[in-house]
Each structure stands twice: as structure tokens, then as C-alpha cells.
Design a protein around this ligand. Structure first.
Ligand SMILES: Nc1ncnc2c1ncn2[C@@H]1O[C@H](COP(=O)(O)OP(=O)(O)O)[C@@H](O)[C@H]1O
Ligand SMILES: Nc1ccn([C@@H]2O[C@H](COP(=O)(O)O)[C@@H](O)[C@H]2O)c(=O)n1
Length: 486
């Protein structure tokens, strides 16, 4: 195993980066984790074990949103003439010119900047890109794997670590033949001809020299468990540093931020009346039976959804002809309203949402905190596609640290939704979460059932995680809505 000091020993100094963040504009202090994915480049000969090693890394890292990006998807489209040659195993796929490196650089750059990126899937039997698209958004870790992965300087510049899988060419041939005949629709004679004429000479000429760009060389491929484990440990360490830095940034957002609840025009707290306090008393009580909880939470969500709809100002005047030719000066909504539920707790509002706007388009986000770091991770996002402006009502029942909500809003913003078009509806919101939210997104509107201060909620929690003194009973009830158990 060969190692250079460039990749494996470079741990980020979290303290110095943190100091720089403090000096920047408040609203720019939060960088979503997926805008800085960790990029691993894996190069080496065809059949050396690049894909197998990448799959092992994905399995062992066990990180949500780890994406395998195959250089194979970037082979240039062939002319009819070239395709005939390819079908006869007479086309050279192993020289750098066969690959659309410009497109690959463009796509990796887009992913590195946290943009939603579409990749066309390649068919080895058709020798062409298919119509099938693979959409990547919010990657935490990207593994770029392929014979040319370490070839282009622009790709190398984007990578955090570069790995070369150095397997003997004869072993590669044996493995490649089996794979190509079984899975890529090749016959033995054609596969051997292609190997002798193109694959082997190009491996020596173009691919082997890229070993000098590697931070880590893995001889014998997948069999080299020591080198692979070392690589996985290193990547885990780097991700832990990244995640710690992210949590520090999030935590800092809520401190030393002067925020006046009374004068914030974007914050709407459900008025405290005997009626609403009565409902809180039932919802918050540990003794409340499940059926009562569901009934009163539904009441509460009706009130909050009505409040949220009342914040909308995008109306235009309309004349309504009534009976006896009386004209009512009415109003009509000009923008579509879309509901986005943060699974699972946001789903508690869905009943009320649909009662108010029966055909409302619905989006879903699944954000979960990593139990060990407290860092929120985006697992699933499905949002209705809209070309035109719309108002987005984001639904989440409770917010303690605010990290998940910040991530949810950032996802909407990444989908080109403006801050001022987002209305966050939340039943229980801690003051610290509220401060963090408004510090990062001062233009959003927030509708809250109950604002909780530090006496009611232990704010020393680990961002989105729960301690015994938080609101586990609410979680218990939310679970009961789904699973029917107390
Ligand atoms: N250490 C190994 N022992 C046995 N078979 C292997 C080993 N590594 C890879 N293979 C097999 O060899 C073939 C090529 O491996 P793959 O990971 O696809 O290589 P690459 O992506 O570098 O072309 C696959 O069928 C794979 O299952
Ligand atoms: N239409 C194609 C395109 C590429 N190849 C071969 O694939 C090899 C690279 O893929 P690996 O997964 O093996 O790294 C490359 O050596 C090309 O010869 C092909 O056969 N047909």
C-alpha cells in the first residue's frame, strides 16, 4: 500500500474555520451539509475491482445520501458507423477521447455545489446513453468511479481523496471476461479482441500513469481488506469533522442574536385565550388518552392552518354577482398553495390542510438526525414540480433544535422557492429554534401554536435529539397516529 500525506493526514481544523464563520453576515453563516459533499475518486484498470470497492465503502460508511457516480455514464454518444464498430468489438472505448469529460466535469461541479443534478444512464449492450435519468440531490458523499476518474485535473481538483486500485492486468482480464459475458452482453472472442487491441494498450498508456495522482493505492483490489479499511476509517474521520463543524455552526446561530418576539412581523403565535390554553392543556398532558389527543391536535391544527392561510396576501379583487344583482367585492388567490410535510410529524397537519384546500399539491421531506452526531440528514425529498411562483406551507409539529427545519427550508430554497413564499407551521417551537430559524431565513413566515422557553424545554439537547425532559410524550402520540399504539 502506498500513501502520500496529501489525502490521508489532512484533517480540517474546525476551530479556525469556525472563527471565520463568526465574522460573516448572519444569514450567510449556515451552509447546508450537502453543499459540501465529500468526494472520493476511484481510478484503476477495467476489472480491477473499482465498483466492488465502491460498493463496500458505501456499505461500511452507512451514510445517508452516499452516491456512486460512474464514469461509464459519460461515454460519448456514437454515430451509426461507430456503433457498428462497437458491436463488432472494433471500437476504442479506452482512450480519453471516448469519454465526454467536459460533461463529467460539469456534472461533478454541479453536485459539489449541492445542486440537483440529472445523470443519463449508460447501456453497455446498446453502447449508448439511455433515456433513463438518475437524479442526485443533497449528496453527503460522492464516489466517482471509473478508468478515467483520476485522469482530468479538473476532476482531481474537486476530489477530497483519490484512490487507485492496482490489480494485475491478467487478473483484471479474467474478471472482466466473466463480467462482460454474464452482464454486458459480450461474447468471448469479441471480448478478447477488444482487450488485446484497445483495453490493455490504453491501460498501460493512459490509465496506469494516473496512479501518480492518487493519495492511496490499493494493490490487489477488493482482496486488500487492510487498505480498504484504512480508507473507510479515514473517510469516517473526515465526515465526523465535517459534521462537528456543521453542528457548531448551527448551535452558534441561536446565541447572541437579539430577537424581539413582539416586534417580529413574520412570527405569528396562536393567541393565548382560555380556549387555546384549554387545548394546550389536553395536548401537553401526559395523562391524555390517545383518542382525545388526536381529536384536540386536529382542533389545534385547524386553528394553525387557518392562521397560516390568513398570512397570505396574494389576492386580487373580483366582482361576485350575487342574487338580486348585488355585486360583492371579493378576493381571489393569485398564487397556488403547496403543502410540504416534514415526515412524520408534519403529517399530523395533513387532515386540516386538506379540509382547507382539498386538492392541495403535497410534497414530502424525510429528515432524520444522526443519533451519534445530532446532525440532520435528508433521506427523501419529493416536491411537486412548479415553473410558476407558489406559496409553500411547510408543516412540522415540533421543533426543539431547529436543525431539521433549517434543512427543510434550505431544500425548498434549493428548489428555487423564495424565503418570502415559505410559511412554516409548527405546533411547539423552542425559542432557540426560532432564533436560529430567523437568523438564517429572516424573510420566512412562522406560525406557531406554542412558543416554549427554557423552563419548559431542556435546551441543552443535542440539536434535534431528545432528552428525557424534552417532549417525548408528543412523539409517543405522533407514533400512535401512525401505528395505533400508545
Ligand atoms: N477480489 C475479487 N475476487 C473475485 N472477484 C472479484 C474481486 N473483485 C472484483 N471481482 C469481480 O470482478 C468483476 C469486475 O469487478 P468490478 O468491481 O466490476 O471492477 P471494475 O469496476 O474495476 O471494472 C466483477 O464481476 C466482480 O464481482
Ligand atoms: N460501450 C462500452 C463502453 C465501455 N466499455 C468498456 O468498459 C470499460 C470500463 O468499465 P469498467 O466498469 O470495466 O471500469 C472500458 O475498459 C471499456 O473497454 C465497453 O466495453 N463498451
Amino acid at each position: 500500500m502506498k500513501m502520500s500525506s496529501r489525502g490521508l493526514d489532512s484533517t480540517t481544523d474546525s476551530t479556525s474555520q469556525f472563527a471565520t464563520i463568526e465574522k460573516t453576515e448572519p444569514s450567510k453563516r449556515y451552509t447546508p451539509p450537502w453543499t459540501k459533499p465529500y468526494i472520493i475518486g476511484i481510478g484503476g484498470f477495467s476489472g480491477s475491482g473499482k465498483t466492488s470497492i465502491s460498493q463496500k465503502i458505501i456499505l461500511e460508511l452507512n451514510q445517508p445520501w452516499t452516491v456512486l457516480l460512474l464514469c461509464d455514464n459519460f461515454y460519448k454518444a456514437l454515430t451509426e458507423e461507430e456503433r457498428k464498430l462497437a458491436l463488432a468489438s472494433q471500437y476504442d472505448f479506452d482512450c480519453p477521447a471516448a469519454m465526454d469529460l467536459e460533461l463529467l466535469v460539469e456534472k461533478l461541479d454541479s453536485l459539489k455545489r449541492g445542486k440537483k443534478t440529472e445523470i443519463q444512464i449508460y447501456s453497455f449492450s446498446e453502447h449508448n446513453r439511455t433515456e433513463k435519468l438518475f437524479t442526485i440531490y443533497g449528496a453527503n458523499v460522492i464516489i466517482l468511479e471509473g478508468i478515467m476518474a483520476l485522469y482530468d485535473q479538473r476532476l482531481l481538483d474537486m476530489m477530497d481523496i483519490k484512490v487507485f486500485v492496482d490489480t494485475d492486468l491478467d487478473v483484471c482480464l479474467a474478471r472482466r471476461l466473466t463480467r462482460d459475458i454474464l452482464y454486458r452482453g459480450r461474447d468471448l472472442v469479441g471480448a478478447l479482441q477488444q482487450w488485446e487491441r484497445f483495453v490493455k494498450p490504453n491501460a498501460v498508456k493512459h490509465i496506469y500513469p494516473t496512479i501518480r495522482n492518487a493519495d492511496l493505492v490499493i494493490p490487489r483490489g477488493l482482496d486488500n481488506t487492510t487498505a480498504i479499511d484504512l480508507l473507510i476509517q479515514h473517510v469516517k474521520k473526515q465526515l465526523a469533522v465535517k459534521s462537528k463543524l456543521h453542528i457548531q455552526r448551527l448551535e452558534a446561530l441561536g446565541h447572541n442574536f437579539q430577537f424581539n418576539v413582539q416586534s417580529c412581523k413574520n412570527l405569528h403565535i396562536l393567541p393565548s385565550t382560555p380556549h387555546t390554553r384549554g387545548i394546550h392543556s389536553i395536548i401537553l398532558s401526559k395523562k391524555t388518552e390517545r383518542t382525545d389527543f388526536i381529536f384536540y391536535f386536529d382542533r389545534m391544527s385547524n386553528l394553525l392552518i387557518e392562521m397560516a392561510l390568513d398570512t397570505l396576501t396574494n389576492y386580487t379583487s373580483v366582482d361576485i354577482r350575487c342574487i338580486k344583482d348585488y355585486t360583492y367585492k371579493g378576493l381571489k388567490q393569485t398564487l397556488e398553495v403547496i403543502a410540504v410535510s416534514v415526515i412524520r410529524s408534519g403529517d399530523c397537519f395533513m387532515n386540516s390542510m386538506k379540509k382547507s384546500i382539498p386538492d392541495i399539491p403535497i410534497g414530502k421531506l424525510l429528515i432524520q438526525s444522526d443519533a451519534s452526531t445530532g446532525e440532520p440528514h435528508l433521506h427523501t425529498e419529493s416536491l411537486p414540480k412548479r415553473e410558476h411562483l407558489a406559496k409553500y406551507i411547510l408543516l412540522d409539529a415540533q421543533m426543539i433544535g431547529g436543525a431539521g427545519a433549517i434543512m427543510a427550508i434550505q431544500v425548498l430554497i434549493d428548489h428555487k422557492v423564495k424565503q418570502e413564499d415559505i410559511i412554516l407551521v409548527c405546533y411547539l417551537l423552542s425559542e432557540i429554534a426560532m432564533r436560529r430559524l430567523f437568523r438564517v431565513f429572516p424573510e420566512i413566515t412562522v406560525v406557531v401554536g406554542k412558543l416554549s422557553n427554557s423552563e419548559e424545554v431542556d435546551t441543552t439537547y443535542n440539536m434535534e435529539g431528545f432528552k428525557d425532559s424534552d417532549w417525548p410524550f408528543l412523539n409517543r402520540f405522533i407514533d400512535s397516529l401512525y401505528f395505533g399504539t400508545d
